[in-house]
Structures are given as structure tokens and as C-alpha cells.
Design a protein around this ligand. Structure first.
Ligand code: DAH
Length: 347
């Protein structure tokens, strides 16, 4: 074989080997290519080596040198292909498959009572009432005395209140017993003590009474308290504010009415029970009791240093849970506080 022919065959071999190694797309294909070119028995390199014997003696050194170079080239082409392939494998196993469904993130939701609170603040805010807070641990003055509830009044009964310290009547009648507030009306006093009229506030918060829990009672519940004191405030103002509040909250219209029934609260005169007309799912209509209200008693205005000849005011106190339950058709107040996610996630 001529030297030229031998060298040309080698060049062709390198090219074939490189193409074959590079196009091997799996470990199996690469192994087959290795056997084809580098196989010890019938590999193409082996055949080329055998061709070396047929080259003229004088050309042998040149042919042999080139053969070694080509062998090196074929081997490194194989190694490079091997590396590429395993690198691609690693990359593939590490790669993030963007088409896989994601792990769902469980987003919590607002408790129905929290939703109700926010909505009430929002509605009353639009009616010009500022939301204020008061302490849940109260003293005798703010929970009773300033609200015109005298020492002899049954509302002060230790059995009806969570007095702190010794829960007996002696503690209740001591100079200034502390208790968990039994009503948000306390905040009326706190605000009026620190502000000159006009006053236009709501206070939303927890109150505590030693009731046994049943479908409609819970020893802790929430009230929304409203207070408006200004010159010339009348019961007509009270009724229209309450009606606007109910209309906004429940989404009613012209057919929504507020009914006042005569009642008694020590801190209002006159006092009323507030009812709202209601149509249930079956179409039955009736009145639903929402809370208490009235015109702020002159004694209360005097207790905070206001002049009842100069200003008048109205106040109301409504049960927050009752309103929330009515809105959602919840029939047991205890469901609101058991915090069973299966229940709460419905709202
Ligand atoms: N504080 C009363 C209660 O807890 C509710 C109430 C009645 C609040 C009349 C008022 C009101 O502001 O004017 O039963």
C-alpha cells in the first residue's frame, strides 16, 4: 500500500470516528462505537494497524508516527464523547422539570369573626365613626359606676362577672375590684373622659360573662359598641344609623326596617331593644333581636364631665357573633371557637 493511500485512510478513519462518537446519544451507542473503532479484535484502528505492515519499509517511520497520532485522536474523541454523555446525564437528573405540577401552598384565610369585624369597621368608618379600643381588664368605675350601674345593681353580681382575685361578693364590693369587662360600654366612658364633644366612635372587642357554653352562649364573645355625642342628637339619628349599618352589612334595601322595643339599661334613657326584620331561607319573615341601644343617660354625661343641657348622644351595643352567624347561617356559636379548619374554611 502506498504511503499516500495509508495516510488518506487514516484521515478518513479519524473523521468517521469523531462523527460516530459525537453522535452517540446513549451509553449503549457510545459503547458500540468504541468497539467499532477501538475494539481490540476487529476495531477499525486495529485494521489500520494491520495496514501498516503493507506499507513500504522506507515509509514505515512516517506511517507509524501518523498512526500513533491518529490512535491518540480517536481515543481522545472517545473520551470527550464519554464525558459529554455523563455530564448531560447529570444535568438531566439535576434539572428542574418546570412542567411538573407544583407543591400547593396552603394559604390560610381570615376567621369569619375577623371578616365580620373588618366589615363592621369599614361600614361604620364610612358613616364617620372612628374605631377605638379599650382594655379587657376593667375597673369598677368604667364597667359599672360611670355607666350609672350602682353598687346595689344585680349586674354587679359576682355570679354574672369574672372578678379578678377573690371571686366573692366581698371582692365585688371592695373599693375598686378589677374584672374582665362584661360589656364594651366601658369604652364610652374611657373615650368621653379624654375627649371633648363631639364624639363619634365605635369599639369592637371581647367581653366576658360566666355563661355556660351552648348554641347561643359563650363565656367570651364580642360586642360592637357605638357612641355619638353632639349638640341636638336624637333617637331618629340612632335609628337611621343602625338601619344604614344593617342595610350595608346584610345588603338589604328599602324593605329593611329597624324596630325599637322599650327596654331598660342603666346608662341610657330612654332605652330600647333593637330588632331587624328578617326573611329566612324558607321565606318566613320575622324580627330578629340585634342588641340594645338608647339615648345616653344624663348621669353618664355628667360622670365624664359633659353638660347634658348642652349635648345629647346615642349609644348602642350589638352582639358580633350573632350578626356573623345570621349572615352565614351558622347555628351554633361554639363552632366559631372550636377552630376546626374544615368548618372555618367554608367562609
Ligand atoms: N352593654 C349592653 C349589654 O352588654 C348593650 C348595650 C345596650 C350597649 C344599650 C349600649 C346601649 O351602648 O346603649 O347588654
Amino acid at each position: 500500500m502506498s504511503l499516500a493511500q495509508f495516510l488518506a485512510d487514516l484521515d478518513a478513519l479519524v473523521e468517521r470516528a469523531q462523527t460516530t462518537f459525537n453522535s452517540a446519544d446513549s451509553a449503549e451507542a457510545l459503547e458500540a462505537a468504541r468497539v467499532e473503532f477501538l475494539g481490540a479484535k476487529n476495531g477499525q484502528l486495529k485494521s489500520a494497524q494491520q495496514g501498516l505492515g503493507k506499507v513500504d519499509k522506507a515509509d514505515k517511520p512516517t506511517a507509524g508516527k501518523r498512526f500513533n497520532e491518529v490512535k491518540g485522536l480517536v481515543e481522545s474523541a472517545f473520551e470527550a464523547a464519554q464525558e459529554n454523555l455523563s455530564g448531560a446525564g447529570e444535568a438531566a437528573s439535576e434539572a428542574f422539570d418546570v412542567t411538573l405540577p407544583g407543591k400547593p401552598v396552603r394559604i390560610g384565610r381570615l376567621h369569619p369573626i375577623t371578616q365580620t369585624i373588618r366589615e363592621m369597621k369599614d361600614i361604620m368608618g364610612r358613616l364617620g365613626f372612628t374605631a377605638v379600643e379599650g382594655p379587657e381588664i376593667e375597673d369598677d368605675w368604667h364597667n359599672f359606676e360611670a355607666l350609672n350601674i350602682p353598687l346595689s345593681h344585680p349586674a354587679r353580681d359576682p355570679l354574672d362577672n369574672f372578678y379578678l382575685g377573690t371571686a366573692n361578693s366581698a371582692a365585688a364590693e371592695s373599693d375598686s375590684p378589677l374584672l374582665l369587662r362584661s360589656q364594651t360600654s366601658t369604652v364610652q366612658i374611657r373615650v368621653m373622659e379624654n375627649t371633648k364633644p363631639p364624639v363619634r366612635i365605635i369599639s369592637l372587642g371581647r367581653v366576658y360573662r360566666p355563661d355556660t357554653a351552648d348554641a347561643t352562649h359563650y363565656p367570651m364573645f364580642l360586642q360592637i359598641e357605638g357612641l355619638l355625642v353632639d349638640k341636638g342628637v336624637t333617637m331618629a339619628d340612632l335609628k337611621s344609623v343602625l338601619r344604614l349599618f344593617f342595610v350595608s352589612y346584610f345588603g338589604g334595601g328599602e324593605d329593611m326596617h329597624v324596630r325599637f322595643r322599650p327596654s331598660f339599661f342603666p346608662f341610657t334613657e330612654p332605652s330600647v331593644e333593637v330588632d331587624m326584620n328578617w326573611t329566612d331561607a324558607a321565606g318566613n319573615t320575622g324580627w330578629m333581636e340585634m342588641g340594645g341601644a338608647g339615648m345616653v343617660d344624663p348621669n353618664v354625661l355628667r360622670a365624664v364631665g359633659y353638660d347634658p343641657e348642652e349635648v345629647t348622644g346615642f349609644a348602642f351595643g350589638l352582639g358580633v357573633e350573632r350578626i356573623c352567624m345570621r349572615q352565614h347561617g351558622i347555628t351554633d356559636i361554639r363552632d366559631l371557637y372550636q377552630n376546626d379548619v374544615r368548618f372555618l374554611s367554608q367562609f
